[in-house]
Design a protein around this ligand. Structure first.
Ligand code: FES
Length: 108
């Protein structure tokens, strides 16, 4: 399988419910990851774009968090309701601007 055009890394880290950092899994990211994979398949985009699960991305405060590469942006506070829009944008080669909580850094 060739290198994909785009990767969506969905944090599915889970911490104990009493941990003050919280976790993306506690905010529904496991279901988000599953739905996102399905949404890419439905759009016929899964061979160009891969949704992967990841451990903690150290973006817990804005979870559920997704890192989009190679764009190098972070989608934050993602919910299941956002999945279709994320998949549409990925398939079209665009981004969901309203979900970006950390933009790409300019090249040095
Ligand atoms: S738990 Fe998801 S970014 Fe840390």
């Amino acid at each position: 399988m060739p290198h994909r055009e785009r990767y969506l890394f969905v944090c599915i880290n889970r911490r104990d419910a009493d941990n003050p950092k919280g976790s993306c899994a506690a905010k529904g990211s496991e279901e988000i990851a599953k739905e996102l994979k399905d949404a890419l398949v439905k759009r016929g985009a899964h061979k160009r774009i891969r949704a992967c699960t990841s451990s903690c991305l150290d973006l817990c405060e804005s979870g559920a968090s997704i890192v989009v590469e190679p764009d190098h942006v972070v989608y934050g506070n993602v919910t299941l309701a956002d999945v279709g829009e994320i998949a549409d944008a990925a398939a079209a080669g665009t981004l969901v601007e309203r979900l970006i909580v950390q933009p790409a850094r300019p090249a040095k």
